[in-house]
Ligand binder design. Structure first.
Ligand code: PEP
Length: 263
């Protein structure tokens, strides 16, 4: 269902009034995690200033350690929903368990399946049936084929509103958090009709790498970029080192508009 053999023309996925597809480079930005109302509001306003047309933020966080901040859950979802409606931009947020799909889908404009859950087949089915567009992150060690098959699970429920997200894969290289597989963008675009976006924040894991990786992703043909921003990353409860700060906002805006315009 997601193959170019079934649908030769690239699809456009709509999140509220925002398209994600081959004709544009859509910027999605916001805090990695919803921590407080003020932090979420500040981060989402930074995102809008950077040119984002979709907001992001995690209320349910899939953390490696059970002792790390797990997200505010439903309270975080409510904060993000309020900020999104206030700012006037739709938002994407992660859902980590099938039991939460209904709650999250009632408020979110797009549901995210995170890297750690890419092959949680029951979650893929539930998310597919929720009737909302889905952002499907590539698993940490998933091949492109496995990632596409995960998208097929969602499509199989009748929901073709799926966007693939390359977010770096695990390699032997410890200098970056993950290794951005830039080639996954044209490869996935040649095999599927789905839009493909890139997450340079979770790929590199370091603030200084986010803009270069953003430019590389757009040069490779990415249909969108999803980045973490934070007003005070030194206080962040999750992934502070990779969050863009105020000084990065204009350069981010310029990188996306200039590179997208050149493609
Ligand atoms: C995220 O986007 O908040 C996230 C946890 O990403 P990933 O699933 O790619 O690690």
């Amino acid at each position: 269902l997601v193959s170019v053999e079934t649908h030769p023309r690239p699809s456009t996925v709509w999140v509220g009034d925002t398209p994600i597809g081959r004709d544009t480079v859509t910027l999605i930005a916001g805090p990695c995690a919803v921590e407080t109302e003020d932090q979420t509001d500040a981060a989402c306003r930074m995102a809008k200033e950077a040119g984002a047309s979709i907001l992001r933020g995690g209320a349910y966080k899939p953390r490696t350690s059970p002792y790390a901040f797990q997200g505010l859950g439903e309270a975080g979802l409510d904060i993000l929903h309020g900020v999104s409606r206030d700012i006037g931009l739709p938002f994407v947020t992660e859902v980590v368990t099938p039991a939460d799909v209904e709650t999250v889908a009632a408020k979110a404009d797009m549901l995210q399946v995170g890297a750690r859950n890419m092959q949680n087949f029951q979650l893929l089915k539930e998310v597919g049936m929720a009737g909302k567009p889905v952002l499907l992150k590539r698993g940490l060690t998933a091949t492109i084929d496995e990632w596409i098959m995960a998208a097929e699970y969602i499509a199989h429920t009748g929901n073709l509103q799926v966007v693939l997200c390359e977010r770096g894969i695990r390699t032997y290289e410890p200098m970056t958090r993950n290794t951005l597989d830039v080639s996954a963008v044209p490869v996935a675009q040649s095999l599927t009709h789905l839009p493909v976006v890139v997450d340079p924040s979770h790929s590199g894991g370091k603030r200084d790498l986010v803009l270069p990786l953003t430019r590389a992703a757009i040069a490779a043909g990415a249909d969108g970029i999803i980045v973490d921003v934070h007003p005070r990353p030194e206080l962040a409860l999750c992934d502070g080192p990779q969050a863009l700060v105020r000084d990065d906002i204009l350069p981010l805006r310029e990188s996306v508009t200039r590179f997208a315009g050149a493609m």
